[in-house]
Design a protein around this ligand. Structure first.
Ligand code: ZN
Length: 224
């Protein structure tokens, strides 16, 4: 397959700062000067953060006992054609996306696509603390639908695909055990591309043995 992509591209990742909202209970990021221009003639920063900070990829080992850590996850899961689907009706923030919600879009999705869900959670994530524990998520039926429709990677503009407060990780287990990639906390730039088919490059850092990584998710327009 030869894909011609245009030079125009869009960044779907949050800037990581010490102030960025984090999933409740996760480590707060810290960016501390280690060497400084003033003292050492150059700048080096010591970065501390959780592996699921900002826009990030979940490795299989986030929930599975066996599977790929982030350094072993095939990058091919996170690179490819994608479709952007809209679930952003205001009253739906904090609600679950079901199998029948996805079914409405089934004709837009090709085998092997990356599917990016715009829920509107990202519009409120930075400013509205209530959203940190009440964001949109996947219902179990939707996770199963993703598997049966041969989607290779699922992205969402919420901090998790899982309903807040459930630690079982049922939706994570369904997707990760079927080798489906998971990208979480995509930023609100996604809204501009609702209904479009685009090309995504989303790459994690290669942390040895770690369960996830912040990533840079870049959306390209496809040439016609
Ligand atoms: Zn996750």
């Amino acid at each position: 397959m030869v894909i011609k992509i245009l030079e125009k591209f869009y960044d779907l990742s949050y800037t990581i700062s010490e102030e960025i909202p984090i999933y409740p209970g996760d480590p707060r990021p810290s960016l501390k000067p280690h060497h400084t221009k003033e003292k050492d003639n150059f700048n080096v920063t010591q970065i501390t953060m959780g592996s699921h900070t900002g826009t990030h990829i979940d490795a299989q080992t986030h929930f599975l006992n066996k599977g790929n850590s982030i350094d072993k996850e095939p990058l091919s899961k996170f690179i490819g054609e994608c479709v952007i689907l809209d679930f952003s009706k205001e009253q739906d923030i904090g609600k679950g996306i079901s199998e029948s919600d996805l079914e409405n879009y089934s004709t837009l999705i090709n085998k092997g696509d990356i599917v990016l869900l715009y829920t509107g959670t990202s519009n409120k994530w930075i400013k509205d603390e209530g959203v940190r524990t009440n964001f949109s998520y996947l219902e179990i039926s939707a996770a199963n639908w993703i598997v049966t429709h041969n989607v290779k990677c699922l992205g969402i503009d919420a901090p998790s695909i899982e309903r807040y407060g459930t630690n079982e990780g049922t939706c994570h287990n369904i997707l990760l055990s079927n080798e489906i990639g998971i990208i979480e906390n995509i930023n609100s730039n996604l809204r501009a591309f609702i209904g479009k088919r685009m090309f995504l490059f989303c790459l994690p850092l290669s942390f040895k043995g770690v369960d996830g990584s912040p990533c840079r998710a870049i959306l390209f327009e496809l040439a016609k």
